[in-house]
Structure formats: C-alpha cells, structure tokens
Design a binder for this molecule. Structure first.
Ligand code: GLA
Length: 373
C-alpha cells in the first residue's frame, strides 16, 4: 500500500538495553540486546514544500531548520543525528520532501540506553512511511548507523540501531553482527528482573575512546593476519590465536583482543543459560563482562565500578555490569523482584554518599521495536 495520502505519522522509537555482548558489534561478533518500553516519540507532518524542514525537540527552544538541498554538519551534537539521517536518506531518495517534526522523549539522554539510535531510526522510520520511500528495515538500521559515523563522528557498530528497530516484546535478540542473522530468544527471568541504575555521569572520553578502542582492535586483527591470513575480524579469532600473536602486540592491543574474543564466547553461553533458565550462570557471565570491560577493555569509570562492586554484597543480585559504550551511563542488574526496592535504596544512599551524585533507576522490559501509532 502506498502512503501518498498520508499527511502525518507518529512514531514510537524505543531505547535499547543489552543483556551481554559489549563492544563486540563492530568486531563482527555477537550481541544480545532488545528494545525497551521507554521511547522517543516523533510526530512528522508534510509541510508541502520541496525541501524545507523544521524540527523541534522538547527542551530546546530553537528549532532546527534544514534545507534538504544544503545539508551540512552542525556544531550542536543532537542536530547531527537528525542532519546525518536526512543526508543519508536524501542522497538515496529524492522523494523525501519538506516536513515538520516534533520530538518528545522519556529516554534518559547519555545513560547508555541509546537515545541517539532511537532518534535516528525513529526519524528514518517515520519519513519512510510518510513519503513512501521504500526503505527496508535493514536499510533504516544501516543508514542510521552511517549517519552516526559520518555526521556525529562515532564509529559505532550496528547493535543500537538494530535493537531499536527490530525488538520483540518479551524477547532478546541474538544478533550475529557478521552475517546479520538473528534469532529472538524468549526472555523469562521471573522472579528476577532487570534494574537499570543510571550513574548520571557521562565522561567526555566516551566518543574519542570509543574510536580508539575500535582502532586498537583493528590493529590486533592486522597483526593476527600475518600469522592467520584468513582472519578478517576478531570474530574469526580464537583465544589460542590471540595468545600466539601476543609477542607482536602491545599489551593494550593484546588485552583488547582477549576481551572481545572472551565476550563473544560469553554471549553464546548467556543464551544457553537463558534457555536453560540458569539465571545464576547468566549473572556470573554479566559480572565477568564487567571485569573484562574494567580491566582489559578499560572503558569503565569509578562510578560504574562502585555500583557493580556494591551489588556483589547483595545475595539477591545475581549479576551486574556496565552497559553500552562505557565511561558513564547505566549498569544493568539482575535482581530478585522481592529485593529490588531495598537494593535500589541502599545502593542509592551509598552512591550519593560516595560521589555526591543522585542515582536514578528504571526497569528494563523487552518490548516491541519501532512502531507507528
Ligand atoms: C555503543 C555503540 C554500539 C556498541 C556499544 C558497546 O552503544 O553505539 O554500537 O558498540 O557502544 O557495546
């Protein structure tokens, strides 16, 4: 069905959580994310101009005005998510015409639930419907990722965009970032639940260090290729190969590669644990991921380490780790539902005492990906 008659669309574009599999996506490994029931809402209307667009976001007084024929990066970062998506769509498809858009959100920004991917994909999804652009979901996901690379400057992987668009209620997605094959894994963890603790810090290192990690992994791959020419990413490497390549690597590169290969193994073990209902095992894997992110990948920070360490004293918390790119944002915690309130209270008090920062929290419920209202 064509959408020529559609004047207005309203899109719900969710944030994502990730059970396990961090910094594996751009190394073409495995991830286990899902979209959640917190979302950005975009209302997009045709304005009957050829190329004039006006975007207003809650919390920003100034509207972003864009002429599709003259799109260029902005000095204001949130605008680049929009501009990047418009650029990527317009270069593919001139059926895109002028519109106005308003954006509201109940997603905490900078907390590691990927409000940025929700914004990119929600805009692309809505414009696709409104102007009948014929983009597949896969194209919406990849062009949104490209927007982030080219306009925002973060060389992110595919996980956030994929999870935001493709999520399914009560399931997590096992995504193979090499083949892009995916399966929905039922997520039933009662009487446990997922509690997200937002450290409310966002260290400025995040973007530059992210790209540095990516480069370090690529350096590891090119060293390994001298011995193993068939390797094209860390996904193809085993721990034995990394050990054999150690002598040619800097200690940092060795640690980064080791972490990634271990993390891929953990994701597959986590799926097995979920399928067996072995939540204790799942929790242990989450703790191991945090240790790896802290010591080998070095993307944690004192606030996140504090939250994870604190949780270890609570019997009713099975696992905890930093979630997302690192250097701030949330920890994801697997907590018994009867103990969740008292855990949140005690960790909040301790955190505020230690850092003089208020902790916030919310629950993570696997929910449907991007939808039209
Ligand atoms: C950010 C990126 C993702 C992924 C995670 C780390 O959220 O956008 O692509 O790399 O960090 O797992």
């Amino acid at each position: 069905m064509g959408n020529q008659d559609l004047d207005k669309v309203i899109v719900n574009s969710p944030g994502r959580i990730n059970i396990i599999g961090e910094h594996t996506d751009y190394n073409l490994g495995y991830v286990l994310p899902t979209s959640i029931d917190k979302r950005i809402r975009l209302t997009i209307e045709r304005n009957n101009t050829d190329t004039q667009c006006e975007i207003r976001s809650e919390g920003y007084k100034k509207a972003l005005l864009v002429d599709l024929k003259h799109i260029a990066p902005s000095n204001t970062q949130w605008e680049n998510y929009i501009l990047g998506v418009l650029y990527e769509i317009y270069k593919r498809n001139k059926e895109l015409k002028g519109f106005q858009c308003t954006i509201e959100s109940d997603l905490p920004v900078g907390s590691g639930v990927s409000s940025s991917a929700a914004l990119e994909c929600g805009l692309a999804f809505g414009l696709n419907e409104l102007f009948d652009l014929g983009l597949s979901k896969h194209e919406i996901v990849t062009l949104s990722r490209d927007a982030e690379h080219n306009y925002v400057g973060t060389k992110c992987g595919i996980m956030d965009q994929f999870a935001s668009v493709m999520g399914k209620k009560d399931h997590v997605i096992l995504l193979d970032c090499k083949s892009m094959d995916y399966t929905y894994v039922p997520f039933s963890i009662a009487p446990y639940k997922l509690v997200l603790l937002n450290s409310n810090v966002s260290h400025s290192l995040a973007s530059s260090e992210y790209n540095t990690r990516r480069n370090e992994c690529e350096e590891g791959v090119s060293i390994l290729q001298k011995k193993y020419p068939n390797i094209s990413s860390l996904r193809d490497a085993s721990l034995e190969m990394i050990d054999a390549g150690k002598i040619d690597m800097s200690p940092k590169v060795f640690d980064r590669c080791t972490y990634v290969v271990q993390e891929n193994i953990r994701v597959l073990n986590a799926v097995e644990a979920l399928e067996k209902g072995d939540l204790k095992k799942l929790g242990t894997l989450m703790y191991e991921t945090h240790e790896g992110l802290r010591n080998l990948y070095e993307v944690s920070c004192p606030e996140l380490d504090f939250l994870v360490d604190f949780s270890k004293n609570e019997d009713e918390v099975l696992g905890s780790r930093l979630m997302g790119g690192g250097f701030g944002g949330c920890t994801i915690n697997l907590v018994h539902e009867d103990a969740a309130d008292s855990f949140i209270q005690s960790v909040s008090e301790a955190y505020e005492k230690e850092f003089n920062i208020k902790l916030s929290h919310f629950e993570g419920h696997p929910s449907t990906g991007t939808t039209l209202l």
